[in-house]
Design a binder for this molecule. Structure first.
Ligand code: HAM
Length: 416
């Protein structure tokens, strides 16, 4: 029986990829001074209903059900509401700004298509308690540096930067009330993916048309971007960003700068997306806590596609995921298996990734296995015991040494 549609099995090679992605996310976030947190997989459905209109896409995609205690619960579709709930409860314990990240799995009942699954991994990074463009730029720089750490250059991806506030001001100037504005934003979010005819029908209650939305987008970038762009230019990251008002983001809580990361050739869905959400923490805590925030999420699915399509990124992934065996112990004489096991244990205690054949095998076969596992050194234990042979599998050089000298010789080989 296969996994459910949109869900994945992780065989060892896929697990190795996942571990590589996760460790790269963690490494870069830590370099930026972010600390890791996590929350529960299951939340009360109310957490998602509270700040979303009936019919919002994220509510339609919820895996929600009644649990055995008759509570309405949902598998988390995103981290931001959980983060806002956790921050509101304990923010007094933390210095501001809080720079938090997490790597967790999320669930959305999406229509299946390239880049979209029903369970996916997402990295989130958020800065809470700082409303300045410096925080916006820091968040964008982190998104850019994550992409660079995977081996992508400015030729491979771009961050499209927009401003939800500019959109809200424009919609207000067109006489849209809050409900109409939300509808218009939902349509603007689909401009690149849905035909104009069906969008115009949806826009009817707002009095706007696809044409009107497109001319607002074409009118250019608002001055709100200036300080963010200059803070990115100071870091030498200008090539990676492009102001683009066609980005509005599907989620309702954004209030200011919003952005999405795309592959340059526009073949794929967004790799990451986020923005400023200054009202969510207050909204979810009924005003008990009121902190500005900005952050983004980057998923592993589209990222995986782009890695596969980009030679420099694939090379990094391959180097990081090739098997880690360093030492292979060849048992040339079965009568010496126990001595060989002692050597295996000693090599592992010394910190070397060590492997050997669990059952009797021809010496040639054991050397083949050593090479397949990528081992750089072999220790041959045979009739000459207490002498063993230490063989460098790249240079093919070998030397006979007393097994008691092995610790020193193995270290020597590793360093050379
Ligand atoms: P989002 O745009 O819904 O934002 O998701 C961010 C990224 O997660 C997407 O660009 C995509 O790479 C990945 N993703 C989303 N849904 C799926 C899916 N069904 N299958 C595969 N990948 C997916 C958020 O989730 C916001 N909470 C991000 C945020 C954090 N905003 C502020 N802080």
């Amino acid at each position: 029986m296969p996994a459910l549609p949109g869900f994945r099995d992780f065989y060892p090679e896929e697990c190795a990829r996942r571990n590589y992605v996760v460790s790269t996310w963690r490494k870069v976030a830590t370099k930026y001074g972010f600390v890791e947190f996590d929350g529960p997989t299951l939340e009360s459905t109310d957490l998602y209903r509270k700040k979303n209109e009936e019919g919002a896409e994220i509510l339609d995609q919820l895996y929600s059900f009644r649990d055995r205690g008759d509570r309405e619960v949902a598998l988390r579709p995103e981290m931001t509401p959980t983060l806002a709930r956790m921050v509101a409860a304990r923010e007094r314990n933390y210095r501001k700004p809080m720079k938090w990240f997490c790597v967790s799995n999320f669930f959305r009942h999406e229509r299946q298509q390239k880049g979209r699954l029903r369970e996916f991994l997402q990295f989130n990074a958020d800065i809470i308690g700082d409303a300045t463009p410096q925080a916006d730029a820091e968040t964008l720089a982190l998104a850019i540096d994550l992409m660079r750490a995977f081996g992508f250059s400015a030729e491979d991806f771009v961050v499209r930067l927009s401003d939800r506030k500019a959109w809200m001001d424009f919609l207000a100037s067109q006489g849209c009330d809050e409900v109409q504005s939300r509808l218009a934003l939902a349509c603007a979010d689909k401009l690149e993916r849905e035909p104009a005819e069906s969008l115009n029908a949806k826009l009817a209650p707002t009095g706007l048309t696809v044409e009107a939305l497109k001319s607002f987008i074409a009118a250019g970038s608002p001055s709100a971007f200036e300080s963010v762009l200059s803070a990115l230019a100071a870091r030498g990251l200008s090539d990676f960003v492009q102001p683009d008002l066609s980005i509005v983001r599907g989620l309702a809580y954004y209030t200011g700068v919003v952005f999405e990361v795309f592959d340059r050739s526009k073949n794929l869905r967004a790799l990451a997306g986020g923005g400023r959400y200054d009202g969510l923490i207050a909204g979810l805590s009924d005003g008990a806590s009121d902190l500005p925030a900005i952050g983004f999420g980057m998923g592993d699915v589209v990222l995986g596609h782009l890695i596969d399509e980009t030679p420099a990124a694939s090379a990094l992934l391959e180097a990081a995921t090739t098997p880690a065996c360093e030492v292979y112990v060849v048992i040339a004489d079965e009568a010496r298996r126990n001595e060989a096991l002692g050597i295996v244990q000693a090599a592992r205690d010394l910190g070397f990734a060590t492997d050997f054949s669990l059952k009797p095998a021809k010496v040639g076969r054991q050397f083949q296995d050593a090479e397949l596992l990528g081992a750089r050194q072999a220790i041959v234990v045979g009739q000459e015991w207490p002498l063993v042979k230490l063989k460098n599998l790249s240079t093919r050089q070998e030397e006979a040494i007393d097994n008691s000298m092995l610790a020193r010789c193995l270290k020597k080989t590793e360093q050379s």
